[in-house]
Design a binder for this molecule. Sequence first.
Ligand SMILES: NC(=O)c1ccc[n+]([C@@H]2O[C@H](COP(=O)([O-])OP(=O)(O)OC[C@H]3O[C@@H](n4cnc5c(N)ncnc54)[C@H](OP(=O)(O)O)[C@@H]3O)[C@@H](O)[C@H]2O)c1
Length: 263
Amino acid sequence: MDKLSIAVVGAGKLGRLIIHRLLTHVDPASIHLCRKDPNRLGELAQEFPGCRVHTNAQAAVDRSGVAILAVKPPDLGPLAAMLGFNGQAVLSLITGKSFGTLISTLGTTNLVRASTSILLETGSAQTTWMAHPQVETHSLSVCLRIMKEWGELTEAQTEHDLAVTIVSSGALPGILATDLLDYVYALQALGEQNAEQKTLRTLKVLCEQCLEKNCSLESKVSQVKTPGGITIAATDVLEQANHQTTIAEALQASLSRVYELDG
Ligand SMILES: NC(=O)c1ccc[n+]([C@@H]2O[C@H](COP(=O)([O-])OP(=O)(O)OC[C@H]3O[C@@H](n4cnc5c(N)ncnc54)[C@H](OP(=O)(O)O)[C@@H]3O)[C@@H](O)[C@H]2O)c1
């Protein structure tokens, strides 16, 4: 990437991964960092040597051509109150914050919204993006160049599509990890010593077979549904407990939360 200066506003869980990813292809001196707690700026300087660390977001943004916003939704208001833009592109990863809210708080339409996940650390995320119709062409191409390094890119046609991908790509790694952990605990309760390793390896093979060998999940399920067998004994219990309905309700709750966060 050519000499472009990038501000990362919000160096928390997601922001840190973004910075680590940027450092694989961008000169550290062109990355401008800040955080809410100015007393802990030293930690940022230590973790990201060579990057420019600033006492506030405005100082970081003033020195940049693009500002990546990775703060928690409730922090947008206080951040926007002290922040002004002078032509910078804004790439917002703030969950739920719609273009309407971003424009009214930040006072710019030079905006791209995106939903991504922690998998961007290894360039394996599925990132969905949407540009505001008034975004500048150069700003959009810069944002796309940054996001391309995170993994697969898809353009959303509507903000609802983006909200759905915040659940299906952004929240899914965490939701699945939580669910898998329940299987690990249950196997441990049965006495399995290597429950975590076995669960993860099994999942890896299942994913490889489905993704690389063109085998659908449905066909996998039908393979194991042997009447009177041990797998069906377990899946029957899940069905009786309305597991599928619970999952649908859980994902609907996640989507509802995306919309609530815009408030
Ligand atoms: N974590 C994920 O997996 C993930 C995935 C997809 C999307 N997201 C979205 O990404 C955003 C960040 O999530 P997160 O989990 O990374 O949150 P987080 O760990 O709480 O990080 C938020 C960061 O924002 C900083 N911050 C807040 N106000 C600021 C200000 N005025 N100036 C400079 N920095 C400021 C905080 O600074 P201090 O550290 O000094 O308090 C903190 O480092 C959220 O909108 C979230 O929904 C997260």
